[in-house]
Ligand binder design. Structure first.
Ligand SMILES: *[C@@H]1O[C@H](CO)[C@@H](O)[C@H](O)[C@H]1NC(C)=O
Ligand SMILES: *[C@@H]1O[C@H](CO)[C@@H](O)[C@H](O)[C@H]1NC(C)=O
Ligand SMILES: *[C@@H]1O[C@H](CO)[C@@H](O)[C@H](O)[C@H]1NC(C)=O
Ligand SMILES: *[C@@H]1O[C@H](CO)[C@@H](O)[C@H](O)[C@H]1NC(C)=O
Ligand SMILES: *[C@@H]1O[C@H](CO)[C@@H](O)[C@H](O)[C@H]1NC(C)=O
Length: 441
């Protein structure tokens, strides 16, 4: 952990930075009629956890500085978790007393069981697992799935083939139980199955972990829908329905009211879209690796050693596209080169820092674009996708950072702030990732 960050409370972070003052009006109202929209076809509405329609929205507004620090702190835990997945060993639990929230940033509405029970599940594209807090769970939040009320619910036994794919399975009674870590939490669950309804699609016999016990604060309160590409993921379980294809468009950082979408399956995906190759690492099978080959600040290609981007199936090094990290992280030589070019373009303007951001200004930023150069595809980001502004203190920061130093991180992570207002298409059968500009709302 980056110990320069102050310890944080469990208050969910406030997301919107530019409309912080407006957002306070959102706290008073209950889920209004706009929040009752029904998902159509195979497309689901994706909400930020702090959106007015989210049951997890914060009760107390934070200052801009506080919210940025909270987002960075949350990212720190996320990155530590991703690094542990890369290294193939379990995350070192964070010292008790240091409460850090790691739950992913985006949620969607899913219906589980027969009759259906609605849960707001977190979306995580770097994870295969699906899990839901079940009735009787110790350490889960108040909304749980009542498995006894579902006629289609089954607990899987140890003989089930899927039991071989979960971490540390044990046979208690006849159930296949397993323990795993997620962020700073540990989870004990029974391998189970039930139907899950996503928009209007019913997926019969979806296999997931029915959480019996959870510790720590990282477990998303109403469950996790893993969209990773590994063997136990939703995609692997719905080959015929969704053909390992989905896209999302993450909502703008500018308003809590905006929502994005998750579109499952090949139907309705954009035709006009640029592609880069998806790389597969059999040892880290859930991640969506891509081949980042360079970065441009404005029109200048920054001088970065190719080793900073090298894909290595043994060490797990390379670049992933992740929906759960907020701000892009680059390995140290890459970040330093980008930042130095950014600062060079800002000339004599005084540079300041804010938490983990080391390139902040109180004068207007003149760098118009940053471009991620992938093999076969350049993605040019407008300022909204790489600058974070405070209207109150008129501070603007470059919203990226170096990969944390104090644990072995070899990953470049393209994070959700940089992906906002783009449709990102994951086309696993054709081993490609598509990116197109889109207004997500
Ligand atoms: C989970 O498994 C344990 C051990 O077999 C059992 O006692 C418990 O009732 C199971 N929970 C559910 C919800 O099936
Ligand atoms: C899993 O967690 C449960 C509850 O915390 C514990 O009793 C059990 O010993 C753990 N099993 C393994 C294999 O770690
Ligand atoms: C968000 O929605 C609320 C309630 O519908 C509205 O009062 C507020 O003005 C909206 N904020 C923005 C920034 O659109
Ligand atoms: C930068 O900050 C220093 C010290 O606060 C000040 O003297 C100087 O005028 C500032 N320079 C610019 C370009 O704002
Ligand atoms: C991406 O930009 C670089 C540098 O400007 C250029 O050389 C390259 O041809 C571009 N690649 C694609 C696929 O457009």
């Amino acid at each position: 952990m980056n110990n320069s960050l102050p310890p944080h409370t469990l208050l969910p972070l406030l997301f919107s930075l530019t409309i912080l003052s407006l957002s306070s009006s959102a706290h008073g109202f209950n889920l209004n009629s706009k929040c009752d929209t029904q998902d159509q076809g195979s497309t689901l509405q994706v909400l930020h956890v702090n959106s007015p329609c989210s049951p997890f929205r914060p009760q107390t507004p934070l200052s801009w500085e506080e919210s940025v620090l909270q987002m960075q702190s949350k990212d720190q835990t996320r990155l530590q978790y991703l690094a542990s997945l890369v290294a193939g060993k379990s995350v070192v639990p964070i010292a008790s007393g240091r409460q850090v929230l790691q739950s992913p940033t985006y949620i969607l509405k899913a219906k589980i069981g027969t009759p259906a029970q609605t849960m707001f599940m977190a979306v995580d594209n770097s994870n295969d697992a699906g899990w839901i807090p079940c009735s009787g769970c110790a350490g889960c939040s108040s909304t749980k799935f009542d498995s006894a009320k579902s006629t289609t619910f089954r607990t899987l036994g140890c003989q089930a083939a899927q039991c071989k794919q979960v971490p540390n399975p044990t046979c208690t009674g006849r159930a296949c139980s397993f323990n795993m870590t997620y962020g700073s939490s540990t989870i004990a669950a029974n391998l189970s199955r039930d139907s899950i309804t996503l928009a209007t699609n019913v997926v019969q016999r979806y296999t997931f972990g029915c959480i019996q016990k959870a510790t720590g604060s990282s477990v998303p309160p109403q469950g996790l829908l893993g969209l990773g590409r590994g063997p136990l993921s939703l995609l692997s379980q719905t080959q015929r329905l969704y053909r390992s294809t989905f896209s999302y468009c993450l909502p703008s950082f500018k308003s809590l009211n905006f929502s994005g979408s998750l579109r499952l399956g090949p139907i309705g995906q954009p035709k006009r879209i640029k592609y880069t190759q998806l790389l597969r690492n059999p040892r880290r099978s859930s991640f969506y690796y891509v081949n980042l080959i360079g970065i441009r600040v404005g029109r200048r290609v920054v001088d970065i050693p190719p080793s900073a981007f090298a894909f290595d199936t043994n060490t797990g090094a390379g670049t992933i596209v992740d929906s759960g990290t907020i701000f892009t992280r680059l390995v140290e030589p890459a970040y330093t080169a980008v930042r130095n070019e950014f600062r060079r373009r800002m000339g004599k303007a005084n540079v300041s820092s804010l938490g983990g951001f080391d390139t902040c200004y109180t004068v207007p930023v003149t760098v118009p674009t940053i471009t991620f150069m992938f093999s076969g595809m350049n993605v040019t980001l407008p300022q909204d996708n790489f600058l974070i502004h405070s209207t109150a203190s008129s501070t603007t920061c470059l919203a990226m950072a170096a990969a944390p130093e104090n644990f072995n991180s070899v990953l470049n992570v393209i994070a959700n702030m940089q992906q906002q207002n783009h449709r990102i298409l994951f086309d696993v059968p054709n081993s490609r990732l598509g990116v197109a500009r889109e207004k997500c709302t």
